[in-house]
Design a protein around this ligand. Structure first.
Ligand code: GLU
Length: 489
């Protein structure tokens, strides 16, 4: 199947757009078809410089490789394919040709109404509580009137004629069977007075000429679908399949907005999200494979995704879920790659990390807990710098540790660990020694582990005490315990 993503270059790549693009991409890939990127730049007033670049880079980052259309070639935005151009602004003669065909067949008509007249008409309709619709005044013009107005250079648009008595039915790949009553459909403008087509005309022509098999797009277009189906019919073409993807919502069920969430893909890239996490998250906004599986790689998605399983109702954009997936994907990075990513960040803060032979061991400890690479310097800080430890941190109701017990607990830890020789200093022997001390001194395991971990890391959350002590080594472990014993915490 040939599918496409046709964004308008009106700003950044939107996360909702990336999700729609992903669904299209998956359908193409699972059928070994082609995925196209077309730029819908027919609204020149809304165009924002740099958006095509942001869109192309965002798609590349996400792994949505484009087979045809607009793409980056050797660092330059270019076009590839035999059905171009792929920027709509470069296709104006093509649209004109089909508009002329429609004028000849009588399926469209020129409309000379001014903006002022249309506004007045809409206000009157609003006052009468009727839906805003063009009143078809210009359909009353004779061929001579039209010719004269055009000869006089009067500004006009081209509108489609919608049959009011017809009911248009269609089967959407996600929504199922839909039907629309003709009298509720406006005579849509197809060609603007500046010679540019509207989305309605342009996408129909392009999706036909570019041999698109299935159009996956946002649900906001669903109400325009009957116009598009009519246009295909007027032009003598069969329409592609359509799949209208449900909207995205903020947590409070309002429409996804910048006020509550970052909506630009660039912001997520900047924050350090992995493309794997983002793709996994976006795929599951409104889709699941019917099992409890939550981690899906792009390959899994290509294999398992299906439009039939996309839900009809809107999906909540839940950042906590994204962060959880981000953590899961961080764990899957091969340790050497993980080390390569975090090492420069850690060295920037702790130059001594450059010569640290145990760096990989330390990295392995935090890879289990990290969400973003940029957290690494902070998470590894206590390995390079003695932490400040307070009684507040060590005394803990949850662990049943009273401040008054702390000196005794530290003393037990010092005696117990000092008895392990350097040679046998490892996680297993540290654990065995502490478990034995727990029995001997009639204390709970947590009453020893919590202070040990707190003293070694200075943090409320960190890898476990045995692991940290083993990696820190006997020398540093004993030094930190002795310091804490001496200090008035
Ligand atoms: N240019 C349209 C948009 O950005 C494309 C909609 C479609 O996928 O057909 O919303």
């Amino acid at each position: 199947m040939r599918t496409r993503f046709p964004p308008s270059p009106t700003g950044m790549l939107h996360v909702g757009g990336l999700r729609t693009a992903l669904y299209s991409f998956l359908v193409a890939k699972q059928t070994k078809g082609e995925f196209l990127l077309r730029i819908e730049d027919t609204d020149q007033a809304r165009e924002v410089a740099g958006s095509v670049d942001a869109i192309v880079r965002g798609m590349e980052w996400a792994g949505l490789t484009v087979d045809e259309g607009v793409m980056m070639i050797d660092g330059v935005i270019s076009e590839k394919g035999t059905r171009g151009p792929y920027h709509q602004s470069k296709r104006l003669p093509i649209y004109r040709k089909y508009v002329d065909q429609l004028l000849a067949s009588g399926d469209v008509y020129p409309c000379f109404c001014t903006a002022e007249r249309l506004e007045k008409m809409r206000n009157d309709q609003a006052a009468r509580h009727v839906a805003p619709m063009y009143d078809r005044l210009c359909t009353k013009l004779s061929t001579e009137d039209i010719a004269a107005k055009i000869a006089a250079g009067e500004k006009h648009v081209i509108r489609m004629k919608v049959p009011h008595t017809e009911t248009i039915t269609f089967n959407d790949d996600i929504r199922g069977e839909l039907s629309f009553k003709g009298h509720t459909i406006d005579d849509q403008v197809l060609l603007k007075s500046d010679g540019f087509p509207t989305y309605h005309m342009a996408h129909v022509v392009d999706d036909h000429l570019m041999d698109i098999d299935i159009v996956t797009r946002g649900e906001e277009w669903l109400s325009s679908l009957p116009k598009h189906l009519l246009l295909f019919r007027y032009l003598g073409w069969s329409p592609p399949r359509y799949a209208h993807v449900p909207l995205l919502f903020n947590k409070d069920k309002s429409k996804l907005s910048k006020r509550q969430n970052s909506v630009s893909v660039d912001e997520y890239i900047e924050k350090g999200y992995l493309p794997e996490a983002m793709i996994n998250f976006l795929a599951m906004l409104g889709w699941n494979d019917g099992t409890t599986q939550e981690l899906f790689s792009m390959d899994d998605l290509i294999e398992k995704f299906s439009l039939e399983r996309v839900q009809k109702s809107g999906a909540i954009f839940d950042i906590e879920k994204l962060d959880w997936l981000q953590g899961q994907w961080m764990r899957t990075i091969p340790l050497d790659d993980f080390v390569a990513r975090i090492r420069p960040l850690v060295e920037e803060n702790y130059p001594e990390a450059a010569s640290d032979k145990d760096f990989t061991k330390k990295a392995a400890l935090i890879q289990e807990r990290i969400t973003f690479f940029k957290e690494a310097p902070d998470m590894l800080g206590y390995f390079y710098k003695e932490p400040t430890v307070s009684m507040n941190l060590i005394a803990s109701k949850k662990q049943k540790i009273e401040a008054a017990d702390v000196p005794r607990l530290i003393k037990i830890l010092i005696e117990t660990l000092d008895a392990i020789s350097e040679k046998y200093w490892n996680e297993a022997s540290i654990e065995a020694a502490i478990r034995a001390a727990m029995e001997k001194e009639s204390v709970k395991l947590g009453q020893l582990l919590w202070p040990l971990r707190a003293i070694l890391t200075g943090r409320e959350y960190s890898p476990g005490a045995f692991e940290v002590a083993a990696v820190l080594g006997k020398g540093v472990t004993m030094k930190r315990l002795l310091t804490s014993a001496k200090e008035d915490l």
